[in-house]
Design a protein around this ligand. Structure first.
Ligand code: SAH
Ligand code: SF4
Length: 345
């Protein structure tokens, strides 16, 4: 289906929907009916919206659509983690990952096909950038997955840099948390960024109710710029300045993700730098042993090194959590996720 000139009703907030329905000459209650079909019943086909007249359904078909992503495949890990491959309307594919943890089910959503930021250790970054996902496509990852799996939390930690697709991500946050969609509370959402400083400052203004995670991966500019080119544009001082504007509720912390790369950022000295850096902000550290990716030359440090690094952090009073890489059996290709997601939600 070519949707290029049509408007996606799954990507609209309730206010926008009321305005849009008025703009095509329909009554406001129609907006409510359509949203009930979309968000409560999970219906994307106008023909199945049986309380709408045939004339209205034809009208909707001619000028609008409701994003309906297709699940292509799912891989189930030994530990219950499920990786879903989803196909977009133009044939491109993205991944969403569902991670069970007791009563909780956390869904990790993608925000872009690929990523422009090109972090050297990341397979998504290595594959380059194809396009942004629109709000309907991000929202629909949740809508599709919750048909068969319980989702209590969302993390923006899949493919792409959320703050490099700012407007669509903001729109998604609004839709997720609107009362009539009944999808999620803001405190159940964690957004992870590689450190797009102006985006953090903007989000602090537009939508500060969610939790924030930052992929730090090195606590000095030289090392960080080598592995995360975004650091050249927004070095650590700028990142800290933006994070200081983030309005943390009392007792809440920013999560720093730190992927341990053997010989790159895992020395005792690196740990001490991280201690000094972390002292600048109320935070906790999520230590993630690198998940080796094909074509990329980085290595995961040995267990002893990881334990030693972690001990330096905790001895200095930092909240640091080393993570194993459960789900790694199915996530190797993506090189991310499970370890990153735990403890951030
Ligand atoms: N672009 C955002 C959101 C993606 S989160 C960001 O970078 O924060 C993806 C997380 O996985 C990041 O913390 C990243 O540092 C981590 N990551 C990427 N490749 C990895 C790998 N091979 N092994 C372990 N973690 C990885
Ligand atoms: Fe993009 Fe995040 Fe991967 Fe860096 S780590 S390339 S920002 S997805």
């Amino acid at each position: 289906m070519n949707n290029v000139r049509k408007i996606d009703l799954k990507g609209m907030t309730s206010t926008q929907m009321v305005e849009w329905i008025a703009s095509i000459g329909e009554k406001p209650f129609r907006a409510k009916q359509i949203r009930q079909w979309i968000f409560q019943h999970g219906i994307s086909d106008f023909e199945q919206m049986t309380n709408l007249s045939k004339t209205l359904r034809d009208r909707l078909n001619s000028c609008a659509y409701v994003t309906d992503i297709n699940e292509v495949s799912r891989q189930v890990s030994r530990d219950g983690t499920i990786k879903l491959l989803l196909k977009l309307w133009d044939g491109l594919t993205i991944e969403s990952v569902w991670i069970p943890d007791g009563d909780r089910g956390t869904l990790c959503v993608s925000t872009q096909v690929g990523c422009k930021l090109g972090c050297k250790f990341c397979l998504t970054g290595d594959s380059g950038f194809t396009r942004n996902l629109d709000a309907g496509e991000i929202v629909d990852q949740l809508m599709q997955v919750r048909k068969s799996l319980k989702v209590t939390n969302i993390v923006f930690m899949g493919m792409g840099e959320p703050l490099d697709n700012y407007e669509n991500v903001l729109q998604t946050l609004r839709i997720f948390t609107e009362q009539d969609t009944a999808l999620l509370g803001a405190r159940k959402i964690t957004l992870s960024t590689a450190g797009v400083a102006p985006g953090i400052a903007q989000l602090a203004n537009d939508f500060p109710k969610i939790k924030l995670a930052v992929s730090l991966n090195a606590a000095d500019d030289q090392t960080r710029s080598k592995i995360m080119p975004i650091n050249k544009k927004y070095p650590l001082a700028k990142l800290v300045a933006a994070l200081k504007k983030w309005p943390l509720p009392a007792g809440r912390l920013i999560t720093f993700e730190y992927v341990l790369l053997s010989g790159v950022n895992d020395s005792d000295e690196d740990a001490r730098k991280l201690v000094r850096f972390a002292g600048k902000l109320p935070c906790k550290i999520n230590l993630i042993p690198y998940n080796p990716c094909p074509h990329l030359s980085f290595k995961r440090p040995g267990k002893k090194r990881i334990a030693r690094f972690s001990k330096i952090l905790t001895d200095s009073g930092l909240m640091a959590f080393p993570r194993d890489s459960r789900g790694a059996d199915i996530l190797a290709a993506c090189g991310q996720l499970r370890g990153v997601v735990e403890n951030a939600v």
